[in-house]
Structures are given as C-alpha cells and as structure tokens.
Design a protein around this ligand. Structure first.
Ligand code: GDP
Ligand code: MG
Length: 614
C-alpha cells in the first residue's frame, strides 16, 4: 500500500472503531470526538440530482436505493475499506454486526428496511445515521455520507417543516470544518439554481472544501454544454469541477452493471466533442481519486492536531481508568492480596478516625465527659435515700431484733440497692461508645475510595466489623457490670471506720442508742449512705471509661478485622471473586473506557508510524 492509502485507511479504521464505540459524529451533536477531528465526505444536493448514483459509481457497486422522489431518508455513513487483492467483497452494517453481506442487492434492501424501521413507510426523514462499511479490493479508502436531498416543497405525506428539517440536517453535516462537501448539481438545470452550491457557499464561503460535481451531462439539451461550469467560469471553486455521467433510470431498469456503466462513462467523455479535451479529469473514477488525494493532504495537515487530540484523550482516559480502578486479577492469590489491601486501606482510615487524624473519634470522649456524668447525676438517690425509704429499708433489715450498735444490715441493703442504679448509666455508656464506633465504620467505608467499586466487599466488611463491635460491646458490658458489682461485694472499710468518729465529733458519743429510732438517726444513715454512693460514683465515673476504652476502642483498633481475615483466608477462588464483585454499571464503564483507550493507543501508534514514514 502507498502511504496515501494507508493514511486514509488508518483514518477509516479509526472512524470505524469510533463508530462501533458510539464515538461517532452525526446529527446527535456529541462532544468533539476523534471522529469529528477526522475528515469525511458529505454528499449534498437537491432531490434526484444524482447523489446516490455518484456514491455508487465511486464505490463501483450497486447497493443504494435510487430513483425519483425522496429515496434517501436517513443519513448513510458509508465507509470504504480497501482490502488486499483477491479478498472477497462484502458489506457490514453497524446495526447488524454479525452479518456479512456479499449480495449487494440485499444491502440495498437492508438500507430500505432500516430506514423504514425508524421512519415507517412514510416520506418522513430521520437524522439518525445508518452506518455501512464496505470491504473490497476495488474501493479507495474513504468515508462518504449520503444525505437526503434538499427539496423546495413538502409533498403529500410530509409535514410542512420537511424542507427546513432536511436543510438543517444536511447543514449539521456540512458545517463541520472537517467535512468535505461533495456538492452535486444536475447539468440539465441552471447552476444558479443549484441547492448544493447554495448551501455549500453558506458553510464554506471560500470554497476550499467544496467539490463541485456536475451530473446528468448526457441529459443536457442538444446544442448546449456545461463547459462554463466545468472550467470554473460560472462558479469558481478552489477545487476543480468534475463532470459525471451516471446511469439513467432506463439503464438501471435494464440492470446495466457498474463495470459497463463506468466504461460507457469513459467513452462518453472520450468521444464527446465538447469534453474530450477534459476527458482525463472527468468521470466517477477520477472523482474518487481526486477525493482520495484531497483527503490525504487534509489528513497530513491535520496530523499534528489529531495527534495532540489523541494524546490528550489518552491522558483523560488513563485518569478515568485510575478513577474507575484497574481491572482485578483473576488468580486467587492476587485476589486475596487485593482484598487484604482493601481491608487495610479501610482499617487505616478507621484508625485515623479514632486517633484524631479524622473527625468523629472525639465523640467517644463526649460520652465520657458529658453523657456519663450527666446520667450519674440524674440517678434517683434523693428518692431512694429519702427518710421514709431509709426508715423502711433499715427497719425491714433489722427484723424483729432491733440492732444494737449500727444498723449494719440496713446500711448494706441501702448501699447494695443504690449501687444497682449504676448499671443503667454503665450500660448506656457502653452502648453509646458502640454506636459511635459503628458510625465510624460506616463512615470509613464510605471514605475508602478503593472500596467504592466493590459493593459486595463493602457490605461484607461492614457486617464483619459490626459483628466484631458487637462482641466488643458484650465484653465491655460484662466488664462495666462487673465493676458495679465489685463495688457492692466489698464495701470500703475505711469509710465506715471513720463514721463513729464523726458521730463522736457530732457530740453524742455516750448516747449512740438514745436516738436510735429518731428521724435524726435515719437522716444520718441516709447522709452516710449518700456520701458513700457519691464516692463510688466518682470511682465509676473514672473506671467505666477505662473499661469501655479497653474493651471496645482499643480492641477495635487492634482487632476489628481479625475474624474477617481468618474467614477470608479460608475462602476458595470463586468465593474470593464473589467478594470482589463489582457494580455491573461500573464494570461496563471500565470496559468501554478500556476499549476506547485501546483504540486511541492504536491510533497513536499508527499515526506515529505513518508520520515518521515520510
Ligand atoms: P439522488 O436523489 O440525488 O440520490 O439521486 P439518484 O442517484 O437516486 O438519481 C435520481 C435519478 O436520476 C435516477 O433515476 C438516476 O438514474 C438518474 N440519474 C442520476 N444521474 C444521472 C446521469 O448522470 N444521467 C442520467 N441519464 N440519469 C441520471
Ligand atoms: Mg439518494
């Protein structure tokens, strides 16, 4: 292949790949894509001016629906791929990727059917393109777009807006600066009335990307010729005008094939008294070569900007890939490693919360600083140690035998029953710490970027963490209850040893039994028990936090995932990959991203190879 062929072939392949990925240009007005940066040829002209016929003769194959009236009702993006000599010719539609058409009359039928699928069997149009690729040794590498013909009036069955709709659709294709305009005008009409030239002049005023094509030279009135147009005197374009003689409707009806038609066209120019001096620059074969050559120069000029677009896109795709996360390894060892890495990343963030690198851990100390003291303060000791209750408890404890010295049993019962009240705040503190830890687990999972793509692992990790926290809570609960119970099981002797001395100090040393049954006596008992309880409360205010931190916070830092690690370590390959199940939407996005990346990287390599080969 020559450099020219390979260059245009390259662009074609890139465009083809873009199309498959849905990155193609078209009327949808997608973002500027690689496709948009690459040149393509759009065929424009009035209805029945011969657009489809010109395309066919460039391809050298009958495959387009042709005739009078509005035949082309959807854009047809036609990609010609030159293949090695001796290879079979075939066509392929984007919407039927598995099917290779070798019978070109079936291609025509499929274009019609696919048009009808969107528009119905009406005369309506649709801007959604049909994509067709033709692989053949006899074509040049080109992308051509056949468009509905421009009209002047709506016919029966068409909405009034059709004239404008068609023009707008055609315009979206030809106004892109990368589009090369093949402006088709029939020679049997005055060039001044040509729709194609009118539109081309609007979107390409300098005429640098417009190719003027004059069809139906054979249908001109006897005694007239098109030399003024063909020689650029009527309407000057920067590119030369090309005259064409396509098959007439009668030829088509008679099934005159393309080879014969091309030969007839050559003969027409060679033998024409008017055009024989231009014969080498006329006809569809010449037009195909001219276009191909022009494309090459356009592509050459664009290579630097295409290259930089490709590089930029590769960078963007790479960073999207990083964001989406690289694909996961398939073997169990690597998967286990990945899982453990992810767990560690989560665990690190969780620890940071507890150690103060991230917010939230301080709420645990809020429990100890505010919640616990407030709860202790609220305990109903006033009621419990009311004169009435003290009297009742002490009297009951004494039974029928009035106590002799101190009401030891009474004291014990009062103290023990008071201490029971501490269980509530103790357990509440444990629960509060538990909920803070649970919340931090939830938060940390959310903050572990690497985990985002693995919803299954996320929920397993959360479940395992919650279970561990539950175990820590239970242990902590037992411990604080034990602390409370310990206070009840052995009273601080010192405290009581001091009591009689206080009584003495109070001035009643000799008569301890005198006011044994007076209110003062019970009040004193209440006050003694109350100060004992206050002392215990102070102790618990300090020891409950120690227990909770020891059993819950410290354990969460040390061994939150230990159990989970053991479980994961026992899992088989299949169970591991289940843990690494990803969100299907995300997998799909990565797949698309990877495909694009591959396309763009290939494009970069090919473009590098072509531009260095010069
Ligand atoms: P389109 O509507 O622009 O795509 O036009 P077609 O390619 O469908 O052609 C419309 C009609 O004009 C068909 O019947 C063709 O056979 C006929 N036609 C196109 N070009 C020529 C030509 O150069 N000479 C003759 N005699 N007929 C032509
Ligand atoms: Mg047509």
């Amino acid at each position: 292949m020559t450099t020219m062929e390979s260059l245009i072939g390259l662009v074609n392949r890139i465009q083809r790949a873009c199309t498959v990925l849905g990155d193609h240009g078209g009327a949808e007005g997608a973002l500027p894509t690689l496709w948009e940066a690459l040149p393509s040829v759009a065929v424009v002209g009035g209805q029945s001016s011969g657009k489809s016929s010109v395309l066919e003769s460039i391809v050298g194959r009958d495959f387009l629906p042709r005739g009078s009236g509005i035949v082309t009702r959807r854009p047809l993006v036609l990609q010609l791929h030159k293949t090695e000599e001796g290879q079979p010719e075939y066509a392929e539609f984007l919407h039927l990727p598995k099917r290779k058409f070798t019978d070109f009359s079936l291609v025509r039928k499929e274009i019609q059917d696919e048009t009808d699928r969107l528009t119905g069997k009406t005369k309506q149009i649709s801007p959604v393109p049909i994509h067709l690729s033709i692989y053949s040794p006899f074509v040049v590498n080109l992308t051509l777009i056949d468009l509905p013909g421009l009209t002047k009036v709506a016919v029966e069955g068409q909405p009034d807006s059709i004239v404008q709709d068609i023009e707008n659709m055609v315009r979206t294709y030809v106004e892109k600066p990368n589009s090369i305009i093949l402006a088709i005008s029939p020679a049997n009409q005055d060039i001044a009335t040509s729709d194609a030239i009118k539109l081309a002049r609007e979107v390409d005023p300098t005429g640098e990307r417009t190719f003027g094509v004059l069809t139906k030279l054979d249908l001109m009135d006897k005694g007239t010729n098109a030399l003024d147009v063909l020689e650029g005197r009527s309407y000057k374009l920067q590119q030369p005008w090309v005259g064409i003689v396509n098959r007439s409707q009668a030829d088509i009806n008679k099934n005159v094939d393309m080879i014969v038609a091309r030969r007839k066209e050559r003969e027409y120019f060679a033998n024409s008294p008017d055009y024989s001096h231009l014969a080498s620059k006329m006809g569809s074969e010449y037009l195909a070569k001219l276009l191909s050559r022009h494309l090459e120069s356009v592509i050459r000029a664009r290579i630097p900007s295409i290259s930089s677009l490709i590089t930029k896109t590769i960078d963007e795709l790479e960073s999207e890939m990083d964001h989406l996360g690289r694909p996961i390894a398939l073997d169990a060892g690597a998967q286990l490693y990945t899982i453990l890495e992810l767990c560690r990343a989560f665990d690190k963030i969780f620890k940071e919360h507890l150690e103060g690198g991230r917010p939230g851990g301080d709420r645990i100390y809020g429990v100890f600083d505010n919640q616990l003291p407030a709860a202790l303060k609220k305990l109903p000791f006033d009621r419990h140690l009311s004169l009435q209750n003290v009297k009742k408890v002490v009297s009951e404890a004494d039974g029928y035998q009035p106590h002799l010295i101190a009401p030891e049993q009474g004291y014990r019962r009062l103290i023990e029953s008071s201490l029971n009240y501490f269980r509530g705040p103790a357990e509440a503190s444990v629960d509060a710490v538990h909920f803070v830890l649970k919340e931090l687990v939830r938060k940390s999972i959310g903050e572990t970027q690497e985990l985002k793509r693995f919803p299954t692992l996320q929920s397993e990790l959360a479940a395992a963490s919650y279970q561990a926290l539950e175990r820590f809570r239970e242990d902590s609960r037992k411990t604080v209850i034990r602390l409370v119970d310990m206070e009840a099981s052995y009273l601080t002797v010192d405290f009581f040893r001091k009591l009689p001395q206080e009584v003495e100090k109070a001035g009643n040393p000799a008569t301890p039994t005198v006011d044994r049954y007076t209110d003062g006596h019970f009040r004193r008992i209440a006050s003694n028990v109350s100060s004992y309880i206050s002392m215990v409360s102070e102790t618990l205010k300090n020891s409950i936090p120690k227990a909770a931190v020891y059993c819950q916070v410290r354990e969460a830092k040390r061994s939150l995932l230990n159990h989970f690690y053991t479980l994961v370590g026992k899992k088989e390959g299949k169970q591991l990959s289940q843990l690494l199940d990803e969100d299907p939407a995300l997998m799909e996005r990565r797949l698309q991203c990877a495909k694009r990346l591959e396309l763009y990287k290939n494009a970069r390599d090919e473009i590098d190879a072509v531009s260095w080969a010069r």
